[in-house]
Design a protein around this ligand. Structure first.
Ligand SMILES: [Mg+2]
Length: 180
């Protein structure tokens, strides 16, 4: 059976603007290159899974119905460009829960790997937080930190494989280091 290679993307401040507990589907705002980045990587035979911590659900700030609608719309936007996203996984737990599915724990990535036959060693985790990087490393993917919100040298977690300025650098780097 052929295993898939996947790029796991964090959602907020990685693909779309972080509106701090985004709850209104009309407020989705894509970051520069968010759409074309996946389109380019699809041509390198990557599939995509979105993995997002959504403690706003546990806090009652984000409505589950709205969260699903937000993900439905993002899926649709990509689908119109010919990019099918395998799955949107979200961890609706409080930080204090330290739930296995909540990043920095690797649960969402491992669950996806199990459900979709993913080769984690050939896969990437991309996110703007060191907790994204930690989740990727614990799952066994390569990792890319995006932006300058969290300098890796100040983090208790191990540094990413690559630190990108933006999604343009992310797609370039993955294309350059892609294995068949
Ligand atoms: Mg984020």
């Amino acid at each position: 059976m052929k295993l898939r290679k996947v790029v796991f993307f964090d959602r907020d401040d990685t693909l779309i603007e972080d509106r701090i507990y985004l709850n209104d589907p009309d407020d989705i705002c894509y970051l520069p290159h968010a759409l074309d980045c996946l389109k380019e990587l699809r041509d390198y035979n990557y599939d995509f899974v979105i993995v997002t911590n959504q403690s706003g659900i546990a806090k009652g700030i984000v409505d589950l119905k709205n969260l699903r609608e937000i993900h439905r719309r993002i899926r649709g936007e990509y689908s119109r460009m010919g990019v099918e996203i395998l799955d949107f996984l979200y961890a609706p737990y409080l930080p204090i829960s330290n739930h296995f599915l909540r990043k920095p724990n690797p649960g969402m990535l491992l669950e996806a790997a199990h459900n979709y036959n993913i080769d984690l060693k050939k896969s990437w985790m991309v996110g703007d937080r060191m907790t994204d990087i930690e989740a990727g490393q614990r799952a066994g993917t390569k990792t890319i930190l995006i932006g300058d919100k969290e300098p890796p040298e100040k983090s208790p977690y191990a540094p990413p494989d690559f630190h990108a300025k933006d999604l343009f650098e992310v797609s370039d780097f993955i294309k350059k280091h892609s294995v068949k």
